[in-house]
Write a protein that binds this ligand. Structure first.
Ligand SMILES: Cc1ncc(COP(=O)(O)O)c(C=O)c1O
Length: 339
């Protein structure tokens, strides 16, 4: 790598860029910005419904899944209500809870994994939503389909279980579910998805949720009318059509995630076994993690510090391109020899 290029491995985007089909759609739809976008995102919802074999009436699209998570919180919780999430869960959940005036409640994890019993322990009739990222960011761990079913059955009936499956495309485990089957089975389960990760459209902000028509109807009442711009809508429709691009991204991840993990293990860095497109690396202590972060930064490599996730002695590294993966391992190796 030359010294000037910046390597960004901090936000779990795909390193493979964007599908040519989506890029073409972006160019074509950029020519008429004078008109408002389609407020119902009809074409996009149709494309999602067709791709996943769902009913279009059960889909809502948002300005990134972040917006959808926040709509969930605003719609179903307010002052006096509680929203439960797990100890190292995605940080948008407490933000969305607080913004809605609700109280975020943390459930302890075991071995960096959400724990059904601990979640149930902190639930009460005040709990309106339980957010679970599956797999979770930044830990990469996941609850099995069976664990999610137990959770759903034992949560209070009027608590909505929202399964955030932002990294679902990367997971190839038999006991995993992206949540779609559970939404179909239980009317108090919803799942969210994003075009920001494997689809390579993070900058355009597109996410969606699948839930019962009743839940979608409620979410739509507070969704702002033109929440997804035209370029994003067209790009996402085109991205869904490029199945080879997605398959390639999965292959890439399956090759390079184990590479990163193995290289780091060789130098005594502990890895939390995860199934996303990122690696959670444990350092000797907080100072060691911070020093490694600084060392990487000095080499123009950016990874994610995790103090705000309660993991100050860890760094999260997104799987990059081949040369980026090789380079970061070389630099961490160098760091470990010195510190
Ligand atoms: C678990 C999880 N959910 C949701 C998101 C947000 O994605 P979006 O870009 O669709 O808002 C992220 C992004 O980092 C994530 O890791």
């Amino acid at each position: 790598m030359d010294n000037k290029s910046v390597i960004k491995l901090s936000s779990n985007e795909t390193p493979l860029g964007t599908s040519n089909k989506a890029l073409e759609a972006i160019k074509n739809s950029a020519s008429n910005p004078a008109r408002y976008p389609d407020g119902s995102a009809q074409q996009l919802r149709e494309a999602i419904a067709k791709f996943h074999n769902l009913n279009i009436e059960n889909i809502i699209c948002g300005n990134g899944s972040d917006e959808i998570l926040s709509i969930f919180a605003n719609c179903f919780a307010g002052p006096g209500d509680e929203i439960v999430y797990s100890q190292h869960g995605f940080l948008v959940y407490p933000i969305a809870a607080k913004a809605a005036g609700a109280t975020p409640i943390v459930a302890a994890e075991k071995n960096y994994k959400a724990d059904v019993r601990e979640i149930l322990k902190v639930c009460s009739n005040k709990t309106k939503i339980c957010f679970i990222a599956n797999p979770n960011n930044p830990t990469g761990t996941y609850l099995t389909r069976q664990e999610l079913i137990i959770l759903r059955k034992e949560l209070p009936q009027n608590c909505l279980l929202v399964i955030d499956s932002a990294y679902a495309e990367y997971v190839e485990r038999e006991d995993y579910t992206n949540g779609i089957d559970l939404v179909t089975k239980y009317n108090n389960v919803a799942c969210t998805r994003t075009f920001s990760k494997i689809y390579g459209l993070a900058a355009l902000r597109i996410g969606w949720a699948y839930a019962s028509q009743e839940v979608i109807g409620l979410l739509n009442r507070i969704r702002l009318p033109f929440n997804i711009n035209t370029i994003a809508q067209h790009a996402a429709v085109a991205a869904l059509q490029d199945r080879e691009f997605i398959a390639n991204a999965v292959r890439h991840n399956n090759k390079w995630k184990p590479f990163l993990e193995n290289e780091l293990k060789k130098i005594q860095i502990e890895i939390v076994p995860g199934v996303g497109n990122f690696v959670l690396a444990k350092f000797k202590n907080i100072e060691h993690a911070n020093a490694c972060y600084a060392y990487l930064e000095n080499n123009n490599i950016f990874v994610r510090k995790l103090a705000e996730y309660g993991l100050p002695d860890f760094l999260r590294i997104t799987v990059g391109l081949e040369k980026e993966n090789v380079f970061i391992c070389k630099i961490i190796n160098e760091f470990i020899k010195k510190y």
